[in-house]
Design a protein. Structure first.
Length: 337
């Protein structure tokens, strides 16, 4: 017992050294969450909620700020994280998970390597949906399928949910769609739809119900389609892509091209080369934030769903995307070219 006590004390001391070193590193520092979309949209809303709380769970309690770096469907921010940002544990990137699929398919413009990014997690597994305004005249999925002219939907750029989902739906379900690209985020797409510039758009339902709540409550905006195998509890009467898809190939393409990227849609990561101890520290802070009662109450007030994926699981999901069936990958590449 006498010999055992110093060993226990030594082990505790060794374990405390890394935590103490991290506390000294983060104390007085500023951690940036770089969001690949404009202010006011779903990505920004989630990031600001996380930013208000994650600092309390980091050693040294650093200041946490959110910076918007919109452009090209968040590709600018993703490339910044993968190639430019310092790997010092002070920069967290947040961009569209669909860009990982864009790398898998070899789409142009992707300069980061998703396999080298140190993944923190995703705040919520999500389901994509298509929201259109009542003023567009398209009030149901049948009317949309029968539309004589393509329905205009807003998009933000290659690899973004707003762009990839409509293109895949047009190819697999035959929906008449004209994609109007170049918006900086979903906030701008909402404004364009409300002004009649476009009919609406397709992105995460969890974002739509939070940021477009007024339109949904007034009946000026309706959800016409959900990209899922079965209806969500809060969308029981909305058509699903599984029911509308006529072939198994179409269902597989939708699964690989929309459903899986949606599950990791609001992806958070650290620059390649970030020291392992800081990756571990940030992952622990992320996990603690996702179960923090104050954060969960804040998310509830903002109508943000929280169903997190941790860094280890996210790393596995990303790795699995690089093992995509070659035939399905070829079909997707042709659709999203």
């Amino acid at each position: 017992m006498i010999r055992f006590v110093p060993i226990v004390m030594l082990a505790a001391l060794v374990a405390a050294v890394p935590a103490d070193a991290q506390s000294k590193f983060y104390e007085g520092k500023t951690v940036r969450i770089v969001v690949g979309f404009s202010a006011g949209g779903g990505y920004d809303t989630y990031a600001r909620a996380i930013g208000r709380h994650i600092g309390r769970h980091l050693p040294g309690k650093p200041t946490v700020i959110v910076e918007n770096m919109p452009g090209a469907g968040s590709l600018i921010a993703a490339n910044y994280l993968g190639k430019v940002a310092k790997p010092d544990g002070l920069t967290i990137g947040n961009f569209a998970g669909g860009l990982v699929l864009a790398q898998v398919l070899g789409q142009p413009g992707v300069e980061f390597d998703a396999r080298k990014i140190a993944w923190l997690g995703v705040p919520a597994r999500e389901t994509c949906a298509c929201a259109l305004t009542k003023a567009s005249g398209i009030t149901g999925i049948e009317a949309w399928m029968a539309a004589r002219t393509p329905v205009k939907l807003g998009g933000t750029g290659t690899g973004a949910t707003t762009d990839d989902v409509p293109r895949i739906l047009a190819a697999t379900l035959g929906l008449p769609i004209q994609l109007v690209r170049g918006y900086k985020g979903t906030a701008e797409i909402r404004l364009a739809a409300e002004s009649g510039e476009v009919a609406g758009g397709c992105w995460q339902w969890e974002s739509i119900k939070s940021t477009w709540r007024q339109g949904l409550d007034s009946g000026d905006v309706a959800i016409l389609l959900q990209v899922s195998g079965k209806p969500l509890p809060d969308l029981p009467k909305v058509a699903t892509t599984t029911a509308l898809a006529k072939t198994e190939e179409a269902r597989q393409i939708i699964h690989a091209g929309i459903i899986v990227p949606s599950e990791i849609g609001r992806i958070y990561g650290l620059p390649p080369g970030t020291p392992a101890d800081r990756v571990q520290t940030l992952r622990a802070a992320w996990a603690d934030t996702m179960k923090d009662p104050e954060f969960l109450a804040d998310a509830k007030r903002s109508k943000l769903d929280i169903d997190p994926v941790n860094g280890e699981e996210l790393t596995r999901i990303v790795g699995d995307l690089f093992k995509l069936d070659p035939a399905i990958a070829a079909k997707l590449k042709g659709i999203l070219k």
